[in-house]
Design a protein around this ligand. Structure first.
Ligand code: ATP
Length: 198
């Protein structure tokens, strides 16, 4: 069974693409969503986060997102520190989940794949590309946040063009090329590759 990563910048359309793969019968692990649960449930991780970010990081045992965001989106080193604590736990959980699946291939969707080193446990990586302006517009609309807030979040991610160069396949979600036919064509290619005929 092939293990496939799916990545892209904020608002590129990773989750949208992942849902299409799910409709095609492919199991998807949503690593960013899983990380949020893990940060609330993994007791040893909670201890580490409190040690580095203070007791205020949790309110009644639940991660105080506003507090944590106010720290990490202002400070790249703090963001790197938080990621270095959370990523190993998320990578382990994804590995465990992937082993339980029974499919031609499985997908792990995550904003940070190369940055966290998790590509090492994956056979191939798919990138979802959209131009920066379009990503900004989508994120502002989806999250109802300001342009400045999106710029702040984007500044913590590596250059998109560079990231796409590291991917084995790139899907263009730029509203120029139709997205669904690209996903279906890639799905067919991955089925062939996973059957060992590719
Ligand atoms: P993030 O990393 O911020 O979670 P993402 O890469 O998972 O973002 P999505 O949530 O899939 O991105 O897409 C961002 C927003 O753009 C969503 O509201 C989604 O519905 C919309 N969107 C994505 N692709 C398209 C498209 N081709 N046409 C119209 N809207 C789109």
């Amino acid at each position: 069974m092939l293990k496939i990563g799916l990545t892209g910048g904020i608002g590129s359309g990773k989750t949208t693409v992942a849902r299409i793969f799910e409709l095609l019968g492919i199991p998807v692990y949503y690593a960013d969503a899983a990380a949020k649960t893990i940060m609330n449930e993994d007791e040893s991780l909670k201890v580490l986060i409190k040690k580095h970010f203070g007791e205020a990081a949790y309110t009644g045992g639940v991660l105080n997102r506003v507090y944590i965001s106010s720290i990490v989106f202002q400070n790249k080193e703090k963001l790197a520190l938080l990621n270095s604590l959370v990523h190993p736990a998320t990578i382990r959980a994804a590995e465990k989940w992937m082993q339980l699946q029974d499919a031609a291939y499985v997908i792990k969707e995550a904003a940070l794949i190369f940055e966290s080193g998790s590509q090492e446990g994956l056979d191939l990586v798919i990138g979802v590309y959209a131009p920066r302006q379009l990503r900004m517009l989508r994120t502002i609309r989806r999250d109802n946040i300001s342009r400045d807030e999106v710029i702040k979040r984007m500044s913590s991610q590596v250059n998109e063009e560079l990231k796409m160069k590291l991917c084995d396949f790139v899907l263009y979600n730029d509203e120029q090329k139709l997205l669904i036919p690209q996903v279906i064509a890639l799905h067919e290619r991955l089925l062939v590759l996973s059957s060992g005929k590719g």
